[in-house]
Design a protein around this ligand. Sequence first.
Ligand code: ATP
Length: 343
Amino acid sequence: MTVPPAVLTVAGMLTNSLEVAMAQRQAANTPNEAVIAVRGLRKRYGSDEAVRGIDLEVRRGEIFAFLGPNGAGKTTTVEILEGFRTATAGTVEVLGADPANAPAHWRERIGVVLQESQAEPGLTVRECLQLYSGYYRAPRPVDETLALVGLREQADQRATSLSGGQRRRLDVALALAGDPELVFLDEPTTGFDPSARRLAWEVIAGLREIGKTVFLTTHYMDEAERLADRIAVIAAGRIVASGTPQTLGDRNLSAARISLTLPHDASIRDLPEPLAERAQGQGGGHVLIESHTVAADLHALSGWALARGFDLDDLDVTRPTLEDVYLSLTQSETATETARSQR
Ligand code: ATP
């Protein structure tokens, strides 16, 4: 692997393993503590403000997904958290330190998986990991890490000959070489086929199982839904919503949609009250009913259908998906921002 300059610099700066071990021990004793705390973070590039006063809190041991459309400010924020960019205003604490002025041993406690990396010609997977482990004074055992990311069978294979999905797993392994407490994963499954994505999800969920905190950026809603304990959505530099995958944007409070097709001899007016009032025709006898009382509405509907000897063949009940909620949150913020900038 080509060692990122930051890693080389850091390797030269590493202080002693005692500080790292003490920090890790303290960490193990403080579950639920904020690992990342951000208040009023702003970042300006010339006259453009990419991040406009955001607050974030990430707790120890959780997978936190940071979502947002292209240009929303995710990379800017993440790189400030990683200490690779400086903030214009606001306070940032990551593992108890300001990343911009963190001591050298602080960096040993975080792992970063970038969107792209390059394999080191000539080295096997195990050798790449051994090389990285050599930069740390308290590295994870190489074989444990290979097993965690599912690369045991490829350990003696050249890194340049791995498939794309295997390469990403090696990237994760390298980020874990120093046994960090906090791992930043930047779009870890972009370009994966469905089965490679599932495997990657298992690896990421495995990180939580061994007590790591994961800060995940992704454009895939199913990935966030599957993995994240909590989500924050950024749009046009502002946090527009945060919550669990179930509660984001009041998703849990949104109306369910009941859909069905009416028999030929029935119309919306024939539906039992109060369903008839709420039902919307969709053409071809298809009907959509928004419902906050699903059990009662289905009870009324099934009683009505049974009385008419009619089977509700295509009856379906759906709730807004995470993607529906995400699109509505980000589109409205982007539209508001466009209107603001045109004023
Ligand atoms: P994507 O999903 O496309 O990666 P993002 O959410 O990560 O987008 P950022 O890369 O943080 O977005 O960019 C936010 C805004 O800041 C964009 O308008 C971008 O053009 C601008 N920007 C980012 N980096 C710089 C820079 N170094 N100099 C000037 N402007 C920048």
